[in-house]
Design a protein around this ligand. Sequence first.
Ligand SMILES: Cc1ncc(COP(=O)(O)O)c(C=O)c1O
Length: 306
Amino acid sequence: MTTLSPASSAPRNASKDFLVYVNGEMVPSQQAVISVFDSGLNFADGVFEGIRVYAGRVLHLEHHVKRLFESANAFDISIGMTPAALTEAILEWLRANSVSDGFHFRPIVTRGNRIPPRLDPRFCTGGSNIMFVGGSIGPANMKGQRVVISSVRQINSDAIDARIKSLNYGNNLLARLEAIRRGVDDALMLDSQGFLAEASAANAFLVKDGELLTPYTKSCLPGITRRTVIDLARRRNLSVVERDLTVTEIINAEEVFLTGTGTELAPVVEVEGRTIGSGTAGEITTALYADYMALVSAEGVPVTAK
Ligand SMILES: Cc1ncc(COP(=O)(O)O)c(C=O)c1O
């Protein structure tokens, strides 16, 4: 049996007790509760986003709110408020928590309480459950991540469309558990055909012959950071190609890096025990990281009231 001890990257800053938003109320975390009949708890029947605050601004808030509503729509979940109202509720909650920097949060929307808890969604009688939870987060691991290739495959879009950011993270979790058991930071997941999909909670890029390569979004979330990094690379006149990528191409890449709201842009220096490039963050990864950091400190929706 494996015992999971806290990872070195696990948050250490649990000292501040952030208020949690639950269905319109802001409550101390110890008092934040939802029903045991909640659809997310019983069936992973819900959707969420991971959003980050830098320098008093919420990065890409409008993109995250849009994706949340599109995910909910795909699951036929009515959020019960407009995107503008949800955006305002998020900003109000951030202000109530005096959030200004280094904060990562998850708006979560589930179908609501299902009594009795049967699969048929018509057992939900009230409206959706809406929660905002969050905490402090530190900068990307620029020393470089060591990863394995997970034996767990990522779900194809013919099962659950990768565009739906749902609470169904079972296979991502299995991949992360495998990484922890094997003593590394994360795992790359392949799709059902054996091509690279993504990491357990981030998108993946390779650099080969100076060109940026990233998988199609068939079996990976079309990440908001992925899109941003593609735009930043093109601004540097780098060629960016979306295509199927094999394990051979991963281990022969000059650079590998991961992208995500929480991950930022993090170099991968080892895959399955094989060193990638020089074993440190590569030149293109470092340049794109600098571009990304410049962007996050300049863009975003101000937390403060207009
Ligand atoms: C499975 C998965 N892929 C990719 C990403 C990156 O997406 P984004 O850049 O929109 O945060 C995430 C983010 O949490 C994720 O969970």
